[in-house]
Write a protein that binds this ligand. Structure first.
Ligand code: PSV
Ligand code: MN
Ligand code: MN
Length: 383
């Protein structure tokens, strides 16, 4: 149990700045009270999540949603609030120029503009001390024949190589894949295999990020996790839940058992280190945002605790003996354990309230921001 607690104490989960802004679907963005008016206030809200969970010390930025004049100043502000800047997420999907793609666009001028944005994101990493660039491309085509699939791969490889060469010491990029949306016929980075192949060619500073909402229904995500870890190419996660497509609901809400299976493979594969970033990529369209993030962090923590509880010796003995039911029972025993008392105890040992949701609700922070902030910012979608 001491080992499990030590492991849980070392866990870090990164929250995304965009989770604190107003969001919705393409049908409607709902405004909530007390929502941040700028990136500084988003960091202040993220600091609340860290204050009550103790394991969310970094915040991902999305550029240009979090554009400021002075990034070093933003990083200083983060530090004063008790958090740090995490991954810098690039955005080459919200500009009319990108209608036919960004780094894969048939026009070299648009490709240049997109790659320049990615390079600017590395400048922001330098200014903020961030070590991770996250790349997601909305690139793809809607109709067969619209553009040449193979040439688009060549253009993608060329841009990635330029960005890779710009990375400094201790910096890396994570390449994110997504099956479809906004392109509906062929996406240029649709799956882990495509992302993996580009990353292998580039070298050790390029790794794959697994967004749990970006697969076809029924995909065995933990298999992908096991495979990428074995190859040293799992850079991190964008955690969220999905019932249908890329729903971006709270992680652990749709399928906590899947989250447990993923965390088990992370631990089994030696990925429970700083190498693998546990990031949230969610939005809270109808629920309050700070509690939504606290709940999400707790969901990941609970799945991690259960995965750590798996009796690995008993499991491998059963596996060696071909004891199908016994092996499955070892895994299920861990999954079915109520780890909430253990986590409450762990928090109290760290000087935190045992129930972060209740402690935040009692703190008065929401009432304060609801009174102070008028005209909160939209997270980015449809902006
Ligand atoms: C795309 O669906 C994605 O998952 C990428 O990570 C984007 O940067 C992010 O959503 C924005 O939430
Ligand atoms: Mn994502
Ligand atoms: Mn997504």
């Amino acid at each position: 149990m001491t080992d499990i607690k030590a492991a849980l104490r070392s866990q870090r989960i990164e929250t995304p700045s965009w989770a604190y802004g107003n969001s919705g679907t393409r049908f409607k963005v709902f405004a909530q009270q007390g929502v941040p008016r700028d990136p500084y206030e988003k960091l202040a809200d993220a600091a609340q999540v860290h204050a009550y969970t103790g394991i969310a010390p970094t915040v991902a930025l999305h550029i240009p949603w979090d554009k400021v004049d002075d990034y070093a100043d933003l990083a200083r502000h983060a530090g004063e609030a008790g958090v740090r800047i995490g991954a810098i997420n690039s955005n080459v999907f919200q500009d009319d120029d990108y209608k036919l793609g960004s780094v894969t666009h048939p026009d070299a001028r648009v490709r240049r503009k997109a790659t320049d944005h990615l390079l600017e994101c590395v400048d922001i990493m330098d200014a903020t001390g961030s070590d991770t660039l996250k790349l997601w491309f909305s690139d793809g085509i809607n109709y067969p024949g619209q553009d040449d699939i193979r040439s688009r791969q060549d253009r993608l490889a060329e841009s990635l190589a330029e960005v890779y060469d710009r990375l400094g010491e201790g910096q890396r990029f994570l390449l994110e894949y997504k099956l479809f949306e906004p392109a509906f016929y062929a996406t240029d980075v649709p799956d882990w295999g495509t992302a993996y192949a580009h990353c292998v060619k580039l070298g050790p500073k390029a790794q794959v990020v697994v967004d749990t909402g970006h697969h076809a229904p029924g995909t065995n995500i933990e298999f992908i996790v096991a495979f990428l870890l074995r190859e040293g190419k799992l850079g991190g996660f964008d955690f969220n839940s999905r019932f249908y497509a890329d729903d971006d609901l709270m992680v652990g809400a749709a399928d906590p058992f899947q989250l447990f299976r993923i965390m088990y493979e992370v631990i089994r594969g030696g990925g429970f280190t700083d190498e693998v970033a546990f990031m949230l990529d969610q939005c809270h369209n109808i629920e309050p945002k700070i509690p939504g993030q606290i709940r999400s962090v707790m969901n990941v923590q609970e799945a991690t605790a259960k995965a750590l509880l798996v009796d690995r010796d008993a499991l491998s003995a059963a596996q060696r003996e071909g004891d199908v039911l016994g092996a499955n029972a070892v895994l299920m025993d861990a999954y079915n354990t109520d780890v909430r008392p253990l986590l409450a105890e762990l928090r109290e040992e760290q000087g935190l309230a045992p129930d972060p949701m209740a402690a935040y609700a009692k703190s008065g922070y929401f009432e304060k921001i609801a009174a102070e902030r008028v005209g909160g910012q939209q997270a980015g979608w449809g902006a």
